[in-house]
Design a protein. Structure first.
Length: 447
């Protein structure tokens, strides 16, 4: 095999949080690092773009100080947070689909019992968020989140509201998601569901995710090659040979893959990936949902609306308007509000179709006129094929430990195999730090 580029110590595939952090650590330790990223930008599943007249986060958005790896990086890069607007009005559905409207306190009272019951045994089955397999979670890992809801005697109104709240968290149909996915994030907040809710959807990063990941990229002592998709990875006796889409072969002593579980089949692996990766990739992770940004006419009071888990948009919130930016007027002088919506199934909603999105909005928050919509369909994107990872029933205990293990000279760092906040930015950083440490240890023992 002809080798075109100079060999390096470590190739990192992917310049999302996991890849950037791993590369930074290895470069700082003096190793020759090369990051190969198929996209024309860094950041992976975080991506800030100006759309609808605002800087919008098309992927990961909210962070919190209870996410320790995230917060260490926030401090390191001197990032600030700003609160997403607190709702002034809440909308939800009563029995038989009757519309309800009330205060945040009303809604919290409605969901309190259900939210608590869903995660009531978290302290027993998963006592430490940092060790999701450390307790007897296997006893109930075969249950879906839906199984748990089905076992609770919630009335229709409370059930719709509670289930929709969980669609907002897991971005999936609840019968597809393991109960353990819900429990592990509540375990990460010491068993307190209210804190988990706050952590996952309240504080945005000032300046946007892309500015933050660019700052990390600037700290990487090594090349980051954009527009460089990897098509194959071959392990030889003491080297890994990577082939890019342009046919270039690059050799390295170790490799870190940061590909999401659903995207690993985009590379030909020789030898084949370990069983757990093949299994998880073929099953796919449970999250198959939608995040869509929606511009509606007028300045709408700050609100949050919840439908049922079967609606194309189960959760809808107002995010920008009025004094949020100085660009909140269209050229014809029309004021508008920007909403963000989440749904369980990307096939249920064409996020490019204003009429379809209008119908989905009407179902949960009537009386708004949709002007424009925008989104990135992460499910159709071959470099992700997923939004944020949640396990299918049984998959956490079946696969997680194995997914964390290196296979020969190949290591795996991705939020999908993190311990604490798997699926979140925090998990990506955790996994990047973990694998950088392991690779350093392996290279130093190689001599
Ligand atoms: C819509 C959405 C909303 C989210 N909301 C939040 C949130 O509010 N808070 C939060 O903490 N998290 C959120 N997340 C999750 C968070 O964004 C991810 O967990 C995190 O960014 C994943 O980082 P990663 O490095 O593990 O993976 P990725 O960011 O997916 O990085 C993998 C990289 O590998 C590259 N790649 C893939 N295949 C190849 C190839 N063959 N060759 C070269 N490069 C390749 C990809 O282009 C990508 O850049 C959200 C995600 C989405 C999609």
């Amino acid at each position: 095999m002809d080798t075109v580029a100079q060999p390096v110590d470590v190739i990192v595939i992917g310049a999302g949080f996991a890849g950037l952090v791993a590369a930074r650590e290895l470069g700082a330790a003096g190793y020759r690092v090369l990051v190969l990223e198929a996209r024309d930008r860094v950041g992976g599943r975080t991506w800030t773009e100006r759309r609808l007249g605002h800087e919008l986060e098309l992927g990961g958005t909210w962070v919190h100080w209870v996410q320790p790896h995230t917060w260490a990086e926030m401090t390191r890069y001197q990032r600030e947070i700003v609160r997403s607007p607190a709702a002034e009005e809440m909308y939800w559905l009563g029995a038989g689909g009757e519309r309800r409207q009330g205060s945040v306190a009303d809604f919290m009272t409605l969901i309190d019992e259900g939210q608590q019951l869903v995660v009531d045994d978290v302290r027993t089955v998963m006592p430490r968020g940092t060790d999701p397999l450390g307790g007897p979670i296997a006893e109930l890992d075969d249950l879906s989140l839906q199984d748990r809801f089905d076992s609770l005697a919630l009335d229709e109104e409370s059930r719709h509201a509670n289930e929709s709240v969980w669609v907002g968290h897991v971005n999936a149909r609840l019968d597809q998601v393991g109960l353990s996915s819900a429990l592990r994030w509540v375990a990460a907040t010491g068993g307190h569901w209210q804190l988990m809710h706050e952590a996952s959807s309240t504080y945005r990063v000032v300046g946007g995710m892309s500015a933050w990941t660019s700052a990390i990229a600037e700290d990487v002592r090594g090349d980051i090659r954009l527009n460089t998709g990897v098509v194959s990875v071959t392990q030889e006796e003491d080297e890994v040979v990577v082939t890019t889409a342009t046919g270039e072969h690059i050799r390295a002593r170790r490799l870190i893959s940061t590909l999401p579980i659903n995207a690993v089949s985009g590379i030909e692996w020789e030898p084949a990936l370990p069983e757990a990766w093949l299994r998880a990739n073929s099953d796919t992770v449970a999250s198959q949902g939608t995040k869509v940004w929606i511009k509606v006419r007028g300045h709408v009071p700050r609100f949050a609306a919840y439908g049922t888990q079967h609606h194309p948009i189960s959760v809808l919130k107002s995010e920008y308007r009025g004094t949020d930016t100085d660009t909140d007027t269209d050229t014809d002088g029309t004021v508008h509000t920007i909403l963000v919506g989440f749904g369980p199934d990307h096939t249920q909603l064409d996020v490019t179709n204003v009429g379809e999105v209008q119908r989905a909005v009407d179902a949960v928050r009537p009386g708004l006129q949709v002007l424009e919509v925008t989104a990135h369909d992460w499910m159709k994107d071959p470099l992700s094929r997923t939004t944020w990872m949640t396990h299918r029933p049984g998959a956490l205990t079946r696969d997680l430990a194995e997914l964390q293990q290196p296979a020969g000279l190949v290591h795996f760092a991705t939020t999908d195999n993190a311990d604490l906040w798997g699926g979140f930015i925090d998990g990506a950083i955790e996994s990047g730090l973990r694998e950088a440490h392991r690779v350093k240890a392996a290279l130093s023992s190689d001599g």
